[in-house]
Ligand binder design. Structure first.
Ligand code: NDP
Length: 314
């Protein structure tokens, strides 16, 4: 008898095969809303999934800004792509440092004037395997949630007004899901608040992460009903998922021609430094859905969660 793990693996492998076929089909002229003047920014792109998203977006003909908090490492990463003929530029960006964000915005304004795509990929996780320490919870929540919000707030005014709409793609995780087979969120009050998209606000999301951090400080988080594995990381991604919905709702009020579409996706379990290279897919495959989402031809889609090029539940 085939177990559920084997079945999931079969399903995943089949979907990945389908996607690799889809990747061989070039975008037609009428689908390509972008040109070589279209500017995409990827955060945390010196390695892993971020680096791959830069490579793939540049491969589709966009101008891509590879950003990294470490200048030397970022310059080297960009050089690899530049030498391969890709239209890639570099600038330092630490999403936790307001001076770095300001400096980046100033540079974008002076050099490009605007951006069309923002991919929020930068993130941290301090647990591997079955470890579940919350020692670095503050750093995890600050980077993954507040850092992502900081850079979005700074970049939205710089997003180009165009009929095709500008795009924000947040890299999150199924670990931050509220419902579903694998969700281990047992805190019903949190689940109800974050699922109620009509009344969901940024303040609600901020309060939820604060509540978690207070419980960490007080040593009571284990009975708080939070996700059981990679708890701080899962809470941070749950927050980014919820914030994506709030953001999409806010941005949908913009006039036609000034729209910005915001979505999030889970790359899967990817062989990168973050997983100690223990994932089951390559960074190339992990990057795919983010790139596909950023380039969607008819992008009236906003406030949704995706994996393997399909919408999934929050
Ligand atoms: P990596 O650890 O390889 O990459 C993370 C990147 O984020 C690095 O470039 C890192 O920079 C950067 N980063 C961390 N903090 C900051 C900061 N303050 N400012 C700017 N950049 C920063 O991991 P992945 O490629 O796997 O992760 C990419 C994204 O995908 C993350 O958001 C992660 O949570 C998400 N994800 C990954 C999964 C996986 O299985 N790998 C699964 C689900 C989601 P530096 O090199 O300097 O540390």
């Amino acid at each position: 008898m085939v177990g559920s793990k084997e079945k999931s693996k079969e399903k995943r492998d089949k979907r990945l095969q389908e996607i690799s076929l889809l990747r061989t089909i070039p975008y037609s002229d009428h689908q390509r809303w972008w040109t070589s003047e279209t500017v995409a920014v990827v955060t945390g792109a010196n390695r892993g999934i971020g680096f791959e998203m830069v490579r793939q977006l540049a491969g589709h003909g966009l101008t891509v800004i590879l950003t990294s908090r470490d200048e030397n490492v970022g310059v080297e990463a960009a050089k690899i792509l530049q030498e391969g003929g890709f239209n890639v530029d570099f600038h330092r960006l630490d999403i936790l440092d307001s001076c770095s964000i300001q400096d980046f915005c100033k540079w974008i304004k002076e050099k490009y004037g605007f951006i069309d795509v923002l991919i929020n990929n930068a993130g941290v996780n301090y647990n591997i395997g079955t470890n579940n320490s919350v020692e670095f919870s503050h750093m995890v929540i600050s980077t993954n949630y507040y850092g992502t919000k900081n850079i979005i707030n700074a970049m939205v005014p710089l997003m180009r007004h165009a009929s095709s709409g500008a795009r924000i793609v947040n890299v999150t995780s199924r670990l931050g899901r509220l419902k579903g087979r694998h969700s281990k969120l047992e805190n019903e009050a949190v689940r109800a608040k974050l699922m109620d998209v009509e009344s969901l606000t940024e303040e609600t999301v901020d309060k939820t992460v604060s509540e978690f951090l207070i419980q960490v400080e007080e040593g009571t988080w284990e009975s708080g009903g939070w996700p059981h594995s990679f708890t701080d990381y899962s809470v941070s991604k749950m927050a980014v998922n919820a914030y994506t919905r709030v953001l999409a709702k806010e941005l949908s009020e913009r006039a036609e021609g000034k729209k910005i579409y915001a979505n999030c996706f889970c790359p899967g379990w990817v062989k990168t430094a973050m997983t100690g290279y223990a994932g089951n897919i390559s960074a190339e495959d992990g990057a795919d859905t983010g790139v596909w989402l950023a380039l969607l031809p008819d992008q009236a889609i906003t406030g949704k969660f995706f994996a393997e090029r399909r919408e999934i539940n929050f």
